[in-house]
Design a protein around this ligand. Structure first.
Ligand code: DQA
Length: 147
């Protein structure tokens, strides 16, 4: 299977950004670890991070017909982006929504997501371990759509 891992704004600062909330692991470590866990399950994984909404939309559109599942941590766009939601709906690729922190234990405006009602599953508050869980779930349980 082929997996696309997407991270939104400020997740390039993972490991150094508010470590009491997001931990000490860097995005490079998360991506390498995700790739390794995908490989363990005979899946391939591409990773992309951007601080720009349109770049994330472009990357989702480029994945059309090319990947079996998307794992996305939209960062702050979780709470604002109709455009990224529409892109995911537009390409018809099932996706997992992931948050490192427990957004429901934080500010009330972080409780609403433009993605949750369309996600195949949601992982919240498991720290960076959530990425491993998401990768294994997609690799093992998602349908193989791209041959
Ligand atoms: C986040 C939670 C969002 O509310 C926040 O804006 C982020 C990261 C998380 O992984 O916990 O940038 O998606």
């Amino acid at each position: 299977k082929s997996i696309l891992l997407l991270n939104g704004p400020n997740l390039n600062l993972l490991g150094t950004r508010e470590p009491h909330i997001y931990g000490h692991t860097t995005l490079a470590d998360v991506e390498a670890n995700s790739r390794a866990h995908a490989a363990k399950h005979n899946a391939t994984l591409d990773a992309f991070q951007s601080n720009h909404e349109g770049a994330l939309v472009d990357r989702i559109q480029a994945a059309r017909g090319r990947v079996d599942g998307i794992i996305i941590n939209p960062g702050a766009y979780t709470h604002t982006s109709v455009a990224i939601r529409d892109a995911l709906m537009g390409v018809g690729i099932p996706f997992i929504e992931l948050h490192v922190s427990n957004v429901h234990a934080r500010e009330p405006w972080r409780h609403h997501s433009y993605f949750s009602d369309k996600a195949a599953g949601i992982i919240v508050g498991l720290g960076v371990y959530g990425y491993q869980v998401a990768v294994e779930h997609v690799a093992v349980n998602f349908e193989e759509r791209v041959k």
